[in-house]
Design a protein around this ligand. Structure first.
Ligand code: PMP
Length: 397
């Protein structure tokens, strides 16, 4: 049965991690893997998470099954974190939420749900988009088409081209949008652009599908949810995939949520039964621990404040690093303009250098990033920032 299998190429990011680990240069810098890091390069556990875990260890009384939707308390809090406490879709009971194994689990369940409702629909994804979107959507059998998004020249969004492409989509197609902190480009829609996209999607009967994996790491918890809240207010039908991997630092605990918004309460009940049946056929029910942590934090005012304060520090640090990198590039006398870096949002930006220059940074300076030149801003620190800037400046000479 296995003899026809061909070995697949190694995942580029995992490959990079191996190379980085083997590198003995004391100045080596990892800007590859997409996890938040502190000044010491450590991906620590947030204080509120440790406090919640301590509480859970002392108070949990059972490990019995929880069902396909996961924990009700988690679903309650996460839907309010995403949409706000008084959102009309919540008040009108149009939403179905399920706790999922990470944002990936949410994306895949949303894709499977779409494949069941509308197998011929096309999902429009940004060019470029997060690499794993493609297998997650294709694995459910969906068709994918790209819409223009990032402009390597201006370092902004090709907004007119994006709108023109979406004007050609057929009614019932889905449009996958990054809620905030676009991965890999860091280029986000402005509020005015979100407003225009919402108008286009509603007018053309296109279904918004928002992936929000970095809420709180761009401009703030509410600010980063502008697009998702707007669309949930205007669109009769919508899908949302969210992740707690980055903003709660829960990566390996696999914590996320999928939300389906139906046109009315009756349709929502039908939606719920279908979504839960799809989940049952995949992993039956999600793991409990990460969601129990989030529920504990968001259900307690003191822990929520501690979490929010720490998230604010993370966001502020990323923004400072963005400014410092751009300033440092000026100090090195580099002719190339990097003033776009502090304009972009979240953990990632493209440096905009070519594959050969990326290779040179890796081979000559032990600075690691993926071939596209996407860097994890949080991998920068006070210790390595001027080294990175000088090295980058040298490969650009
Ligand atoms: N969407 C995007 C755009 C992401 O960058 C990520 C994490 N890298 C995810 C979803 C999901 O992550 P996870 O499954 O680890 O929660």
């Amino acid at each position: 049965m296995f003899e026809h299998l061909q070995a697949l190429p190694a995942d580029p990011i995992l490959n990079l991690m191996v190379q980085y680990r083997r590198d003995n240069n004391p100045h080596k810098v990892d800007l590859g893997v997409g996890v938040y890091k502190d000044e010491q390069g450590h991906t620590g556990i947030m204080h509120a998470v440790t406090a919640a875990e301590t509480h859970l260890l002392a108070t949990e009384t059972t490990k019995t099954y929880i069902g396909p939707a996961g924990a009700e308390g988690f679903n309650y809090h996460i839907s309010r974190l995403l949409l706000g406490n008084d959102h009309s879709a919540i008040k009108d009971q149009r939403i179905t939420v399920a706790q999922t194994p990470g944002g990936c689990g949410a994306l895949r369940m949303a894709a499977e749900f779409t494949a069941k409702c509308s197998p011929d629909a096309t999902v429009w994804v940004s060019d470029p988009t997060w690499a794993n979107h493609i297998p997650l959507l294709k694995g459910a059998g969906l068709n994918i088409t790209e819409y223009p998004y990032y402009d390597g020249e201006t370092k902004g969004i090709r907004f007119d081209a994006m709108c023109s492409a979406l004007e050609t989509a057929k009614a019932g197609d889905l449009v996958l949008l990054h809620g905030c902190c676009h991965n890999p480009s860091g280029a986000d829609l402005s509020k005015v652009q979100w407003d225009a996209i919402a108008e286009l999607l509603i007018r053309k009967n296109l279904i918004p599908f928002v992936d929000i994996a970095y809420q709180g790491l761009g401009d703030g918890l509410a600010e980063d949810a502008y697009g998702v809240r707007l669309l949930a207010d205007k669109a009769p039908e919508m899908l949302i995939a969210s992740s707690c991997s980055k903003n709660f630092g829960l990566y390996r605990e696999r914590t996320g949520s999928v939300m389906v918004i139906a046109p009315n309460q009756q349709q929502a009940a039908v939606t719920a039964s279908n979504l839960f049946s799809i989940i049952r056929g995949h992993y039956s029910m999600p793991p409990a621990h990460g969601a129990a942590i989030v529920e504990t934090i968001l259900g307690n005012a003191e822990l929520t404040k501690s979490w929010d304060d720490e998230l604010t520090l993370m966001r502020t640090r990323i923004l400072q690093l963005r400014h410092q990198l751009a300033n440092e590039m000026v100090v090195t006398g580099c002719a190339q303009d990097f003033s776009f870096i502090p304009q972009q949002k979240g953990m990632f930006s493209f440096l905009g250098i070519n594959k050969q220059q990326v290779g040179q940074l890796r081979d000559e300076y032990s600075i690691y990033m993926v071939d596209s030149s996407r860097i994890n801003i949080a991998g920068l620190s006070a210790q390595n920032l001027s080294y990175v800037a000088q090295s980058l400046s040298s490969v650009l000479k």
